[in-house]
Design a protein around this ligand. Structure first.
Ligand code: PLP
Length: 355
């Protein structure tokens, strides 16, 4: 039986105060949020209520030991004026895989996806109307026991908030400057690098700050053991165009299994490219560049979809890619994927679900 969904609407919408022509990323929040609590071994009623403060006690265990999981997904306004949720099932599955890793009870589908669709329906007008803009969706779950011992919590809160976001590339597409950081690692095999848990992001802040201070945009993470295999970058997965085909690091157990990564692999294969998932060393990349076979590098993620990489720095050497411009294959994949989001191209994979 499905969990009941109760809706308490706002008295007055805040939408008129939002400048939809000038949206940044993640600083405007729609009128409503969803909340569902786990107690006595089960998830309770799903409540959609006005976005606002949630109150907890200082001993709440997530604040001390970080037992929490989140997702980042999007809904798009399509050309017919309807709203489509992009790859909801894949995000739902990844959310529960992450939960399993940190011993959080699985969220039933009717709460996660059923509740999310009701939330989007409730805030339908908050989904931006222009192409390249979207409704960013942030589901998250956290441990709520008032207890200081280190153990899995017995109570949790599952929350979804949504945020209208603009085109990631406001001033045109600026290729990112990456650097490796030999003194730091993001994740190790057997750790939590393949789960979307907040601690991974806290751990990345210091190396990211140092990279910025050195004039780079983001850190290119290498594997923790050999410090030679490419893993991922910031909050995105890496792709290399070598001799006109795509190669991407294989899922090693310490990389996040990106949903945009999967979309790009499927779309590129559909368009006739060969796509290889394999171990890629940073030396391979420098060699491909030297031989002239490396023509483009890009990163994939829900927020920016496809970000071109303009240069890579490693051990005192820098390679510059495609004259710091977005390459033709990256451009074509970006255009095709954003057309699918928008409903301007057929969706042969069934990724968009109308809400
Ligand atoms: C560490 C990390 N890698 C890769 C990605 C890209 O994943 P996706 O394409 O599912 O957004 C993200 C973003 O969620 C991330 O946080």
């Amino acid at each position: 039986m499905s969990n009941p969904i109760r809706i308490e609407k706002v008295n007055q919408t805040r939408i008129d105060h939002v400048n939809f022509d000038n949206l940044a990323f993640g600083n405007e929040f729609s009128d409503h949020m969803l909340i569902c609590l786990y107690q006595n071994g089960k998830w309770g009623e799903v409540l959609i209520k006005p976005y606002g403060p949630i109150s907890y006690l200082p001993a709440m265990s997530v604040l001390h030991y970080g037992q929490a999981v989140f997702e980042g997904m999007k809904a798009f306004r399509q050309v017919d004026g309807k709203v489509a949720l992009f790859r909801g099932e894949s995000h739902y599955e990844r959310f529960n895989r992450s939960c399993k890793r940190v011993v959080i009870p699985e969220i039933p589908k009717d709460i996660f996806l059923g509740g999310l669709k009701k939330l989007i329906e409730t805030d339908y007008e908050w989904v931006p109307k222009e192409k390249f803009k979207s409704l960013y969706i942030r589901p998250f779950v956290f441990a709520t026991d008032e207890y200081l011992g280190v153990r899995a919590s017995k109570t949790y809160a599952f929350v979804i908030i949504t945020s209208p976001v603009g085109n990631y590339y406001k001033e045109g597409i600026n290729p990112v400057k990456l650097t490796t950081m030999p003194d730091y690692v993001r994740a190790v095999k057997g750790g939590v690098g393949d789960a979307k848990v907040p601690g991974n992001y806290a751990a990345s802040l210091l190396p990211a700050q140092k990279a910025l201070e050195q004039g780079f945009t983001q850190v290119l993470w290498l594997d923790a053991t050999s410090q030679s295999n490419i893993e991922e970058v910031g909050t995105s997965n890496m792709f290399f165009v070598v001799n006109g085909n795509l190669v991407t690091p294989k899922l090693s157990g310490s990389i996040l299994q990106g949903i945009t990564r999967d979309s790009v692999i499927k779309l590129a294969k559909h368009k006739g490219f060969s796509v290889e998932e394999k171990t890629i060393t940073v030396q391979d990349v420098f060699n491909w560049h030297k031989s002239g076979s490396l023509t483009e590098v890009f990163a994939t993620g829900t927020a920016a979809v496809i970000s071109p990489v303009g240069s890579i720095h490693h051990n005192g050497e820098t390679i510059v890619l495609n004259e710091k411009e977005m390459g033709p294959i990256s451009k074509m994949l970006y255009a095709h994927l954003t057309d699918i989001h928008r409903g301007e191209q057929p969706d042969p994979f069934g990724w968009c679900e109308k809400v």
